[in-house]
Design a protein around this ligand. Structure first.
Ligand code: RP5
Length: 172
């Protein structure tokens, strides 16, 4: 594996999905994981979507994140063309993303897609999950994830400290 070997492939059904993936994308950059990102739709550009998947496979990408809203068949269509793990992120929609969630989570048996929560938290968790998959064979990434968890823990402790400080101040 070369140093800039792409490891995560992200496909957004539309550029309007980007805001929900931004914190996840920042995390990929923080972890210094080479990745590829494309906009491609399962219904507007079906052939391009299949070509991209084959291209991802050739490049040695190990996990694909697919974000889509509405009738969100993108993750399922991608999964039907590859044996790479596909992580689906349901994007907030006119129906609050419930339609996207059901479209992704309700895959009929035979073609698996991992479904995450609707919107920003799903975008972030899909990336963390992808990193966990890569970390199975990468001790450096595993240690980066451990540090991430530690920073998260410190953040909660700090919030608790500040909250208590605030309440004590109000009591004065
Ligand atoms: C889906 O339709 C996309 O993933 C997006 O969430 C939704 C709306 O797309 P645009 O009309 O904003 O391009 O395919």
């Amino acid at each position: 594996m070369t140093d800039n070997q792409k490891r995560i492939g992200i496909i957004l059904g539309s550029d309007s999905d980007l805001p929900y993936m931004e914190s996840g994308i920042q995390l990929i950059k923080d972890f210094k994981i080479p990745f590829e990102i494309e906009v491609s739709s399962a219904h507007r550009t079906p052939h391009r979507t299949v070509e991209l998947i084959k291209d991802f496979e050739k490049k040695g990408i190990q996990v694909i994140i697919a974000a889509a809203g509405g009738a969100a068949h993108l993750p399922g269509v991608i999964a039907s063309h590859t044996l790479l793990p596909v992580l689906g992120v349901p994007i907030t929609s006119a129906l609050s993303g419930i339609d996207s969630l059901y479209s992704i989570v309700q895959m009929p048996g035979g073609i698996p897609v991992a479904a995450f929560s609707i919107g920003n938290s799903g975008g972030l968790n899909s990336v963390l999950f992808a990193v966990e998959i890569l970390a199975l064979n990468d001790p450096e990434l595993k240690s980066a994830l451990e540090n991430y968890r530690e920073r998260q823990k410190m953040g909660v402790l700090e919030k608790s400290r500040r909250l208590k400080e605030k309440i004590n101040m109000q009591e004065d």
